[in-house]
Unconditional design. Structure first.
Lengths: 144, 144, 144, 144
């Protein structure tokens, strides 16, 4: 079984709740992305880079979330990131969001690596240094 | 093939975009929910009702979205709702979000019908009038 | 007394409420901006234009809001825009947000007109056609 | 001159930016509220309490912000809270938001202390323990 390669913690903010008294479901996608971005930063990689003079980015291809238990204002959430799949031009992350030992939500984000060309957005290979780091993390974690 | 049973339109707001110049992916879940709520209102049904003196609600069980094309500030989006599955205690809606003839995103939301009891949240049967309306809409649309 | 020069209506969305059961106060700034943008569009003016080959924009200098009454999920809000001040390089809008005859909030946004130069952001004069339209609207409304 | 009585730090998240490449102005109100809530928690006080069997809360009466410099994705912001005014039934906080030595924004939030009664929302006196703590903080800081 895979292991998490990164995690962050954050308190639920008041403005993230809705009138049902719990975190609005859309905000879990923001929690996942915040974790993804902190992870990429931890690898010393710039999210918005350049490739042959073109701006690059990571638009989302798919996002999904299963909700297991409600999260409330002030809860301290742990968001764990798993590397689900590393492809040539895209990455798929899986996430678990928990409060203490309680699983609150689990989800996934698939992001493509693209360059913004004069003719539009084009999928381009992952930056080589990033790809190597991601692959080594997968291997490390499978070994342990 | 199923047909949409409801649709809304809305312009992309400035605050829904991110620094990549496009609608942040989390906002598509808000578009879908806005369409779901307008649909339920159109059936003369209150989203937050009462059952045997208990408050009821519709927490999300799953939400998913596939992103096909970017949406930008000012775009007029059409969000179409399809009834994917009507179960005893839950509903699954499917959505297509498009700009003119271009499919921008498609997704789904599964929501459980629950009552807030002194012992916690419990799944309860769909309100009968709502269930009948939903079933008749499915049948109508399959016939046509 | 000044009169509104523009208005929009919108329903309060579920995701705009918080656990107190009312619209989160930060969202009123989004309502005001949505009204401002719809107003500028109604004048056939592009919010993000070009000036001598430089990108231009309208960063906010000040935003303020007084809250008079709560707004709730499903409420139909009317947002009215007033031209408070038109200066050489900035505009100040005032807004009233109401539900039926009830004043829910009133606020203001001051926005500077800037160009993004290689040396940073610089305040630049309002586009002449926009300035003339704004001034004629003020005059018209003062006359009536 | 008054001194800050509390501060928090947070990184700007990607979803807090807009297509102008900077933090959307509405989010500064969320930063200020996050700081206020962390401050109240630091005093061991529950934001949503009870008074004579009635639920209490802190609806906003006014919120304002002056924007001095843009904040961007990844910036580490410091939000400092100042006690501007402690009244019988309300508090006014002032905030400074900065990145390193650069002042990014300054604002204020005035919040009333209310109880939710069967006849509607009514302003009620601040909880005595909280009021005493706030007053001692003001005094301490004026002395130093």
């Amino acid at each position: 079984m895979s292991k998490p390669v990164f995690e962050i913690q954050r308190h639920v903010e008041f403005y993230e709740t809705d009138m049902a008294g719990i975190v609005h479901f859309s905000n879990f996608f923001r929690y996942m992305e915040a974790c993804e971005h902190a992870f990429v930063r931890s690898l010393d990689h710039e999210l918005h880079g350049m490739l042959d003079g073109l701006e690059t980015g990571w638009p989302r291809v798919n996002a999904t979330c299963d909700y297991r238990a409600p999260a409330r204002f002030g809860d301290l959430l742990t968001i764990r990131l798993y590397l689900e799949e590393i492809r040539n031009r895209s990455v798929r992350y899986r996430f678990e969001i928990s409060r203490d030992a309680i699983l609150v939500a689990e989800g996934a984000i698939a992001a493509a690596h693209v360059a913004i060309t004069p003719d539009g957005i084009k999928a381009v290979p992952l930056p080589e240094p990033l790809k190597l780091k991601l692959q080594s993390l997968i291997t490390d974690h499978n070994r342990t």
